[in-house]
Write a protein that binds this ligand. Structure first.
Ligand SMILES: [Fe+2]
Ligand SMILES: [Fe+2]
Length: 227
């Protein structure tokens, strides 16, 4: 009689007692059993991999464009422009009024008037009215619209001061231009954060496919009229 598992190449804990005369046959059976187990595990691994592939397949297909994809992309573009403005304002502080620096600032001022104004229209005429159906008061949409209006007012003062900077040697005008510019950078960055981290999350969670399609249609109309 052999103890359980004795002689098994796979160290299986066989509870069957066999005589030493059966040992070679037992080894063969056990080796086959181990091979079967290995093949079974390998097959299972293949099936698991196939299932995982099937599970992940839908995410590899092109995802439907959502209104927040468009707006987030525009936010990243706005951030790039704000970096240009911050850098130009720093140069203005260090070097004073210089035509090249004022040109860079004017480019951003024009961007605020055109592209950012179109972006705000997409939010106010496209996203916000449909988003207001959900959690309107909690989302403080009126606060975000107030930010847009605040930026419009500050942008007007910014451009007027930029003209003053070009037409006079008044050091005070350069200081005011820098002050308005820094205010704009701060205002817009904070505004983008609130939209990215709150409004857009709610939009992605609540808006239906039909509502998103309608918002994208409104975006296209705004793009067509803005260009
Ligand atoms: Fe906004
Ligand atoms: Fe925005």
């Amino acid at each position: 009689m052999l103890p359980p598992g004795a002689g098994c190449p796979s160290q299986h804990n066989h509870a069957i007692a066999v005589s030493s005369a059966w040992q070679p046959a037992r080894r063969t059976i056990c080796a086959l059993s181990a091979a079967c187990l290995y093949l079974s595990a390998y097959s299972f691994s293949l099936v698991s991999t196939a299932l995982r592939t099937m599970d992940s397949a839908p995410t590899q297909r092109p995802r439907k464009l959502r209104p927040t994809d468009v707006l987030k992309h525009e936010h990243r573009q706005i951030e790039e422009r704000l970096q240009v403005l911050s850098s130009a304002l720093k140069s203005l502080g260090n070097q004073g009024r210089d035509a090249e620096i004022l040109d860079r600032i004017e480019e951003v001022a024009q961007y605020i008037d055109r592209e950012m104004a179109a972006h705000h229209r997409k939010e106010e005429e496209g996203l916000f009215p449909l988003l207001a159906r959900y959690l309107d008061e909690d989302l403080h949409l009126d606060g975000r619209i107030a930010d847009h209006q605040d930026l419009k007012i500050m942008s007007g003062k910014f451009k007027q001061t930029l003209e003053d900077c070009r037409s006079t040697d008044d050091h005070f005008a350069a200081q005011m231009l820098r002050g308005y510019g820094l205010y704009i950078v701060h205002l817009v960055l904070e505004h983008l954060l609130k939209e990215d981290e709150i409004l857009f999350l709610v939009a992605d969670r609540y808006l239906s496919d039909e509502e998103e399609t309608e918002i994208l249609r409104r975006f296209s109309e705004i793009d067509a009229t803005a260009s």
